[in-house]
Write a protein that binds this ligand. Structure first.
Ligand SMILES: Cc1cc2nc3c(=O)[nH]c(=O)nc-3n(C[C@H](O)[C@H](O)[C@H](O)COP(=O)(O)OP(=O)(O)OC[C@H]3O[C@@H](n4cnc5c(N)ncnc54)[C@H](O)[C@@H]3O)c2cc1C
Length: 458
């Protein structure tokens, strides 16, 4: 059969949702049933829940970057680049490749799984002075940055500079922010022993959140346990507080406190990828409004899932509830989205998304953790075993499993290491530099561009 006559399936994004969907389609599509293409800026699927452990050096960056090309069975064509617009009417996705070339990719079926970006607010100085923790580059950068603060504080004769370099602020009391503060605090706490000139008492980590509780999804008792563990370690937790303004050497909290610091890590939530806005379709708080079958109403062959989509949560029992942006949902939605796409292709009925909550695991570094597998509350070593066991089993490849296990074992035996690589030393890189949120077209620009290319003008 000629390839041109086969339906073209385009998957956008190689995260939990996109890769899960591609792998399922690869397994279930007959060899000549359709052509499968994946567009992704990176050559790996990032296992984001372990990013805090990369930022603190427990894991090497490579160990949570799962190759897209490991198995010879994979038959998907991969376009290295990012989608910058989708014309739903013309069924064309506009892509900027990693060399900067703009290419148009026509499709018959599209799966939108570009995930999310860090949610920021209109806080003066925030995007210029804060780090996010959504990409591998950010995690590796933060690690180097934190260690360089110790090195520079150690070398400085100026008490004010020392104090500002040894204070660190993490905003966001969800699992991402809490784990980040916990893991990085541990790194600096262990590292300072190697700096005999530094007073350990000067090292101070702040974890702040505008909400009245850390990780409310853990429930009252477990949430308080996590808070207690962090407070015992010396992390200053401020609730009901956010950032008033951020500068390169100090941060002002909304309660009036001015904290001298060169490290502001912003993990206060996510919003859907800006790609979703290029569609000009209905959204729910920025996420694409889809049916429980994960298809876009009024547009044949368009599916969306994961952090980028507002998939109705039929099991919550609340009118209008949508699934929260978690890897757990993205992974499970991926399988069903692939099945529903196949059903659409074959003219069969589609199924709505249902789930059973598996619980939550929070690794606080060392032997500390809290977890709630299937509603059972655990603390300490049992919680740590569940947290690590869960992440380990969720890693998709055996190579990644081996790398992560080896790293954990090495860290348990040899302790943390404090090597500053210096790869990015002369390139200050903050939130706005890592997530490329300004790369996208507007819906009008997409339509005009596609019309021009169809007339052969581009
Ligand atoms: C620090 C941290 C800790 C977390 N911990 C947990 C946890 O413990 N448990 C849990 O369930 N969830 C956790 N999450 C949330 C979880 O990681 C996300 O919900 C999950 O990654 C969503 O999957 P996704 O496939 O929708 O998006 P992602 O996994 O983010 O994948 C999106 C993919 O799309 C690519 N992409 C982006 N834009 C484009 C574009 N324009 N064109 C093409 N490709 C694009 C990206 O490069 C990426 O590969 C955590 C998140 C963070 C940041």
């Amino acid at each position: 059969m000629d390839t041109v006559t086969r339906p073209r399936i385009l998957v956008v994004g190689a995260g939990f949702a996109g890769v899960g969907c591609v792998r399922r389609l690869e397994r279930r599509l007959a060899p000549n049933e359709a052509d499968l293409t994946l567009v992704t800026p990176t050559a790996y699927q990032l296992y984001l829940p372990l990013l805090p452990q990369v930022a603190s050096g427990v894991l090497t960056p490579q160990s949570i970057a799962l190759s897209l090309r490991r198995s010879p069975r994979y038959r998907t064509r991969i376009i290295p680049g990012g989608a910058i617009g989708v014309d739903l009417r013309a069924k064309v996705c506009v892509i900027r490749t990693i060399t900067g070339r703009i290419v148009d990719e026509p499709y018959d079926y599209i799966v939108l799984a570009p995930g999310s970006v860090t949610r920021t607010f209109d806080i003066p100085g925030l995007t210029d002075n804060a780090f996010g923790l959504k990409t591998l580059a950010e995690a590796a950068y933060i690690r180097d940055h934190v260690i360089s603060q110790l090195d520079l504080a150690d070398a400085s004769q100026d008490p004010a500079e020392r104090a500002s370099r040894l204070q660190f602020v993490v905003v966001g009391g969800g699992y991402a922010g809490t784990e980040t503060a916990a893991c990085l605090h541990r790194l600096t706490y262990n590292a300072v022993r190697r700096y005999p000139r530094l007073d350990p008492g000067l090292i101070k980590w702040h974890l702040i959140d505008i909400a009245p509780k850390l990780m409310p999804e853990l429930g009252e008792k477990l949430g308080s346990s996590a808070q207690e563990i962090l407070r015992r370690r010396g992390i200053e937790i401020s609730l009901g507080v956010s950032i008033e303004k951020a500068g390169p050497e100090e941060v002002t909290f909304t309660d009036g406190r001015v904290v001298p610091t060169r490290t502001l890590i912003w993990t206060a939530g996510v919003v859907a990828s800006p790609l979703i806005a290029t569609l000009g379709a209905e959204t729910v708080r920025g996420r694409l409004a889809v049916t429980p079958e994960m298809s876009l109403p009024g547009h044949d062959g368009v599916f969306a899932l994961g952090d980028a989509a507002a998939v109705p949560d039929l099991d919550k029992g609340e009118e209008g509830a949508v699934c929260p942006p978690t890897a757990q949902h993205a992974t499970r939605q991926a399988k069903l989205a692939a099945d529903n796409l196949l059903a659409a292709l074959r003219g069969e009925p589609q199924r709505p998304y249902h789930h059973r909550d598996l619980g939550l695991v929070v690794d606080l570094g060392g032997r500390d953790a809290v977890s709630k597998p299937l509603g059972v509350e655990l603390r300490g070593l049992p919680a740590q075993a569940v947290a690590r066991g869960y992440h380990w089993s969720a890693l998709r490849t055996n190579v990644a499993k081996t790398r992560v296990l080896t790293n954990w074992a090495l860290n348990a035996i040899a302790g943390d290491d404090f090597v500053r690589t210096g790869f990015q030393a002369r390139k200050p890189a903050k939130l706005k530099d890592f997530e490329y949120t300004d790369a996208y077209m507007s819906p009008e620009e997409v339509a005009a561009h596609v019309a021009r290319t169809s007339r052969g003008e581009v």
